[in-house]
Design a protein around this ligand. Structure first.
Ligand SMILES: Cc1cc2nc3c(=O)[nH]c(=O)nc-3n(C[C@H](O)[C@H](O)[C@H](O)COP(=O)(O)OP(=O)(O)OC[C@H]3O[C@@H](n4cnc5c(N)ncnc54)[C@H](O)[C@@H]3O)c2cc1C
Ligand code: FES
Ligand code: FES
Length: 487
């Protein structure tokens, strides 16, 4: 058991003891290391001004990810490396290709958001991504520029990402690999300071035992929700248990009939396989937050948090997914829709946690249709999200699973609509008749994201959209899985 947090910042090893485990990386960098290049714009993961690059060893080489330092807690960096905007240029102050390209294209206007753009693009460069323009938009979707500078920044991305790594970068990479190997450890950790505690178990049984013993502790995965409890709600979190070092929870297991995703798998890591098996669901995942949020956030927590507007539950319910829960050595599974009881209430006992989600495969991957309606296309929470798994044979609907987020206090199936469809012809008249059943299924609330009337009308119109698109498929605008080198 270790109580020392070890990580690397811009090539320098850092060992910490007696630190607050809910101190954010951004606060540490700016206040304790005087690395003030990373800015605080929103402190809630939305603007990307605080973007830094985190690297960790995966199969012997470094996997780089852009993340938001403002909602990343220090323990989440254990055994990893951090590169801030100050650590991007070469040892003789040579500019990195990304920095040079931003100068060449006049991509820096106010300068406040520029470090975040540089780090997001550099993370993509270090990862060897070679995206097209749409792919660069995706890389930058989590970075806000309010001064209309996107055109030059995207052009800078095109220039930089087409260039090879300079020799000094390759040498630095080798050094970084060595540094990471030196600090690698598979020991469990407990970080404690002034009444706060952060447990970091490394096996499933340790995690299960700990949570059973301390059911009042808060489980933490990517902290893309919990980070805001600290930075926005100023909550004191006395005891956290980190699930992300448990190898079993970070596995994706594809079988002939199903896909099983561990609760600690990050969105970005699950996206490719989800897109391959259920293309529309892959695109839905791509529209969760920006790249920085997807690089930390997990599907397990998107389910566990019970949010009525989480984006993955409607798709998973439409697919007929089973949720696997564990308490101690006992596991149980249930259809995902049964987990959500009412607003803020889920079928999860004390000391029980989400272990995995099992998703059946479809014979026709395009049978699942997902639509997310939000005020902004990227990096926005859904006003509503509708997912449709409708099977038609010989011109008749033979099965239908339809689920929505944003239409009730929980993610919920449209059972009256399903019943109105099953056995009927797949025709415009039958669809219009089924649309009348939405009022039986839902009486949504109105809020800043959409009025009750808007939600009801939009939800039923989505069914019509599914029908119309089945007759005249639209141009495919999905990004993941169409070879645009999104990673
Ligand atoms: C800028 C921004 C944009 C976002 N955009 C979207 C969006 O477009 N769509 C969307 O759906 N969400 C969005 N979110 C919300 C958030 O990213 C998701 O809810 C995400 O799935 C949370 O995952 P996490 O691993 O970061 O959770 P954490 O913050 O670590 O935890 C969230 C909750 O889940 C619990 N938990 C974690 N793991 C487990 C487990 N294994 N078992 C039981 N409980 C567990 C925690 O205790 C906590 O209550 C956004 C968030 C931010 C900051
Ligand atoms: S400060 Fe805005 S995302 Fe971190
Ligand atoms: S460069 Fe800062 S807002 Fe555009």
């Amino acid at each position: 058991m270790s109580d020392k947090l070890t990580f690397i910042v811009n090539g320098e090893r850092i060992d910490l003891m007696d630190f607050s485990p809910t101190q954010t990386l951004l606060s540490f960098l700016r206040n304790q290391r005087a690395l003030t290049g990373s800015k605080e714009g929103c402190a809630e993961g939305d603007c990307g001004a605080c973007t830094v690059i985190v690297g960790e060893l995966e199969n012997g080489s470094i996997r780089y990810r852009a993340i938001n330092a403002c909602i990343t807690f220090l323990p989440m960096l254990h055994n990893k490396l951090v590169i801030t905007v100050e650590g991007i240029a070469g040892p003789q102050a040579e500019l990195h290709p990304v920095q040079q390209a931003i100068i060449d294209h006049h991509g820096s206007q106010c300068g406040f958001c520029t470090p975040g753009f540089v780090t997001s693009l550099t993370a993509a460069h270090l990862s060897g991504e070679q995206p097209d323009r749409a792919g660069i938009n995706d890389i930058l979707a989590g970075n806000l520029c309010r001064c209309t500078g996107y055109g030059p920044l995207i052009s800078a991305g095109e220039q930089a990402l087409a260039q090879a790594s300079p020799d000094w970068q390759k040498a630095r990479q080798k050094k970084s690999e060595k540094l990471l190997q030196d600090i690698a450890s598979d020991q469990a950790c407990i970080f404690q300071c002034e009444g706060q505690r952060w447990d970091m178990p490394v096996s499933l049984s340790e995690l299960a035992q700990l949570y059973k013993q301390y059911p009042e502790a808060i489980l933490v995965a990517g902290a893309s929700d919990i980070g805001l409890w600290v930075t926005k709600q100023l909550r004191q979190l006395p005891h956290l248990i980190d699930v992300t070092r448990v190898a079993k929870l970070c596995e994706i297991d594809e079988q002939d009939e199903s896909l099983c995703i561990g609760a600690g798998v990050r969105y970005q890591d699950a996206m490719e396989i989800i897109a391959a098996l259920y293309p529309d669901f892959g695109e839905l995942v791509r529209r969760i937050g920006g790249r920085q949020v997807r690089n930390t956030g997990t599907i397990g927590a998107n389910i566990a948090n019970g949010s009525p507007i989480g984006d993955t539950p409607p798709a998973l319910i439409a697919l007929g997914a089973q949720l696997v829960l564990r308490c101690g050595s006992k596991t149980r599974s249930m259809p995902l829709e049964d987990y959500f009881i009412s607003y803020g209430r889920q079928d999860r006992a004390k000391g029980e946690f989400v272990e995995a989600i099992e998703i059946p495969k479809l014979d026709d991957p395009d049978q699942l249709k997902c639509y997310k309606l939000s005020k902004r296309f990227d990096q926005d929470i859904s006003s509503l999200c509708g997912c449709f798994n409708i099977e038609v044979a010989k011109g008749k609907v033979i099965a239908a699973r339809i689920a929505y987020g944003g239409m009730a206090g929980i993610p919920q199936r449209a059972q009256a609509v399903e019943q109105a469809l099953i056995g009927k012809p797949w025709s415009r008249a039958a669809i219009e008749a089924a649309m009348l059943a939405y009022g039986d299924d839902f009486s949504p609330l109105g809020d800043m994201r959409g009025s009750s009337d808007y939600r009801l009308l939009a939800a039923s119109n989505l069914l019509l959209k599914v029908f119309e698109e089945s007759r005249a498929p639209l141009v495919d605008t999905r990004l993941v899985g169409r070879g645009s080198a999104l990673q």
